[in-house]
Design a protein around this ligand. Structure first.
Ligand code: UT7
Length: 316
């Protein structure tokens, strides 16, 4: 669904951000030592050099959320809404957000949202809309432990997927315009090209996902740019889903955004699904690449097949 701005969205600001990555670094050489692959192949075809494995979705989410809370200067009890984007909850029931809510000591509501790798933007838009319904302060977290559902003997997927979490604190601020436009969508008829059964491993038609991903993320990004009335030259930072550097390069070229205005973390994180855009946004903010008023474009795609984009005006 594409949304135009019928008088604007709820005013809000991102006042905190944080990430969590497991300690264990897995390099391409580690894979080459046990699978029929090589550092050259992985770097050339994906852009990934190393990734992190370990932890639980819950523990990574809590660590990222604590970092975001510390940055925002707020206590967990001041949070009245927690949206946890994940495709890899540690248990089937209850939702992973239940344990995260308890570990942090939040107040109010919490729920999981599964829109795969587009989940962080889906969650951001969902949380923001609920701020418009009276919630005051939200934690939006993306946390995934994909290494647990990846067949580590399958070279086609093992080198791609990894673990991590990213979080932001989103606060209602009637005087601030954060969201300029958004686009959430999916094509459920493509579910089979990237999926995972309960207790199984991810299966993926890599080339088909690649082709669809470029098209979906470019079209979705173009829609939100048009809806927000911004041109490529206005985008201070492009935060794409971190799946494959060649997908990002293709999108950058088609959108006309300079590569040096793109946040890339997949070289050291791999594909962390729900966490990927949150980690890339966090890293840019930590590196001082964002200043008040900057226009930020987030755009991702994932299993479903889902896609989601948003244009934000940065300002904490
Ligand atoms: O969050 C969304 C998740 N997924 C994605 O975004 C994935 C999108 N797809 C991709 O990123 C790429 O399609 C891959 C990285 C998965 C694969 O790259 P590709 O350039 O599309 O390679 P391919 O699937 O066309 O395979 C080319 C060859 C095949 O061998 P043959 O049939 O030509 O003999 C594969 O078996 O590369 C082989 N191959 C590998 N070789 C060395 C596949 N994986 C590996 C590997 N190391 N790790």
């Amino acid at each position: 669904m594409t949304a135009r701005r019928p008088g604007g969205y709820p005013g809000a600001a991102i006042t905190g951000w944080g990430i969590a990555l497991p300690d264990k670094i897995v390099t391409n050489a580690d894979f080459a030592a046990r699978l029929d692959t090589s550092d050259d192949w992985i770097v050339e075809r994906t852009g990934i050099k190393e990734r992190r494995f370990g932890g639980t979705t819950r523990a990574l989410a809590v660590e990222a959320a604590r970092a975001a809370l510390a940055r925002s200067g707020h206590e967990a009890r001041e949070i009245d809404l927690l949206v946890l984007s994940t495709t890899t909850p540690d248990q089937a029931v209850p939702a992973a957000s239940s344990a995260v809510h308890a570990d942090l000591g939040c107040s109010g509501a919490a729920f999981d949202l599964n829109a795969a790798c587009a989940g962080f933007v889906y969650s951001l838009v969902t949380a923001l809309s609920m701020l418009g319904m009276g919630y005051k302060r939200a934690l939006v977290i993306g946390s995934d432990t994909l290494s647990r559902i990846t067949d580590q003997t399958d070279r086609a997927t093992a080198v791609l997927f990894a673990d991590g979490a990213g979080a932001i604190v989103l606060e209602a601020r009637p005087d601030r315009e954060l969201l300029l436009s958004y686009d959430l969508g999916l094509d459920g008829s493509l579910a089979s090209i990237l999926c995972c059964d309960h207790g199984g491993y991810i299966t993926m038609e890599g080339r088909e996902v690649f082709r669809r991903a470029v098209r979906a993320s470019v079209e979705s990004a173009q829609k939100v740019m048009a809806d927000a009335g911004v041109k490529a030259a206005d985008i201070a930072l492009y935060v794409p889903h971190q799946a494959n550097l060649r997908i990002i390069d293709a999108a950058v070229q088609r959108l006309g955004i300079d590569a040096d205005r793109t946040s890339i973390v997949l070289d050291h994180t791999g594909n962390t699904s729900s966490a990927s855009m949150a980690i890339a946004l966090n890293e840019a903010a930590e590196l001082g690449r964002l200043k008040d008023g900057d226009i930020v474009l987030l755009s991702g795609f994932g299993a479903g097949m889902t896609w989601a984009s948003a244009v934000l005006r940065w300002g904490s």
